[in-house]
Design a protein around this ligand. Structure first.
Ligand SMILES: *[C@@H]1O[C@H](CO)[C@@H](O)[C@H](O)[C@H]1NC(C)=O
Ligand SMILES: *[C@@H]1O[C@H](CO)[C@@H](O)[C@H](O)[C@H]1NC(C)=O
Ligand SMILES: *[C@@H]1O[C@H](CO)[C@@H](O)[C@H](O)[C@H]1NC(C)=O
Ligand SMILES: *[C@@H]1O[C@H](CO)[C@@H](O)[C@H](O)[C@H]1NC(C)=O
Ligand SMILES: [Zn+2]
Length: 313
């Protein structure tokens, strides 16, 4: 998740040697982020992201389809695609919002970005039963009552991020070409290019959008604010091997004129502990229909009572 690129750019310009974060050098990798961004320290009981999604879930029948306002329309104006050295970000302007599906309010859509691995390893941030997908796409939305990013970061539900796993098949995803066609223009850090708006819905899975998981977590990039209502969709987006390779081998974390060119790879934060958080499965979720449905939990507890004669509900 990266919502601060604009703010970060300002900081970088004002103070060129201020500490930036990275993914692979020991002094600035995700384990060191807390040294410069205290809120990235994974304190005991913290609500950090990403996490592994496992069968310890509770189904919540009130979690139905989200309302994706404006996602099926072609927005006016110009969008921009940008390489900020940590990811490729699509800034989508105004005009879209998400609500419903148990979200506590209306959230304006701000940007879309990606996390990926390298040519031989997968790079989604969340994992499903220990499985890491090749990529993960995040649609970042900010609660509309907040005037700015800093205000949203102070609110435990300040952001709603929609996470989509990206898996690989042989056929190109024609809708994804809106982005993949333009990737070579943002190969190097700091590069930016215009993109003609397209219906964002065309990037998303056509079916089964009511199947998702929900939990409270954090931004997965500094300042790692614990301010995110996460929605992770079960059904992945499919792209081709060559579309995947454009991310894993043709995007760089360094500027075009850098002495040493470094590919931007494995730009995902390490997994965090769930602690006491509840992960909910939507009404229609299927994959991880858990061993921890309320009824199962209840019957296990009853079994304990019967077998052990103990009362520790
Ligand atoms: C189900 O989700 C709704 C909407 O997020 C929430 O208000 C409610 O507390 C949840 N119920 C349970 C049992 O977690
Ligand atoms: C990586 O992704 C591929 C393609 O989806 C999958 O077959 C494989 O199991 C994944 N590997 C890991 C370690 O999760
Ligand atoms: C963000 O909004 C809050 C609440 O209105 C305000 O107090 C704060 O000064 C704003 N911060 C910035 C950086 O604009
Ligand atoms: C998508 O939803 C349909 C209808 O509910 C179901 O039959 C199908 O198994 C679902 N697909 C996946 C991949 O979950
Ligand atoms: Zn992200």
């Amino acid at each position: 998740m990266m919502v601060r690129s604009a703010a970060l750019l300002v900081v970088l310009v004002l103070c060129a040697d201020s500490q930036d974060y990275c993914y692979h050098e020991p002094d600035c990798d995700p384990y060191a982020w807390g040294d410069f961004f205290p809120s990235c320290h994974p304190l005991l009981g913290g609500h950090h992201s990403p996490i592994n999604l496992d069968h310890h879930m509770v189904r919540n029948l009130s979690l139905g389809l989200l309302h994706l306002e404006g996602f099926d329309e072609t927005q006016t104006g110009q969008w921009t695609l940008e390489n900020d050295g940590h990811s490729v970000l699509l800034q989508v302007g105004s005009g879209m919002s998400v609500s419903g599906g148990g979200l506590p309010g209306v959230y304006h859509t701000v940007q879309v970005h990606f996390h990926w691995g390298d040519p031989s390893t997968n790079g989604s941030e969340h994992t499903v039963d220990g499985r890491r997908y090749p990529m993960e796409m995040h649609i970042v939305n900010m609660k509309s009552i907040h005037p700015n990013v800093s205000a949203a970061e102070e609110d435990p539900t300040g952001f709603a991020v929609l996470g989509f796993f990206i898996d690989v098949v042989y056929a190109d995803n024609v809708h994804f070409s809106h982005i993949s066609q333009k990737l070579s223009s943002v190969a190097y850090r700091g590069q930016m290019t215009g993109i003609k708006p397209f219906p964002l819905l065309s990037l998303l899975p056509k079916l089964n959008m009511s199947q998702y998981y929900r939990y409270s977590g954090s931004l997965t990039t500094p300042p790692c604010s614990q301010a995110v209502v996460w929605t992770l969709y079960e059904v992945p987006i499919y792209i081709s091997w060559s579309q995947l390779a454009q991310f894993t081998s043709q995007i760089f974390s360094t500027e075009e004129d850098a002495a040493q060119v470094t590919p931007l790879q494995n730009n995902f934060r390490h997994l965090h502990t769930r602690f006491s958080r509840t992960v909910s499965a939507s009404r229609d979720a299927r994959l991880l229909r858990g061993t921890a449905d309320p009824l199962t939990l209840l019957s296990m507890r009853l079994l304990h009572i019967v077998v052990l004669g103990q009362f520790y509900l």
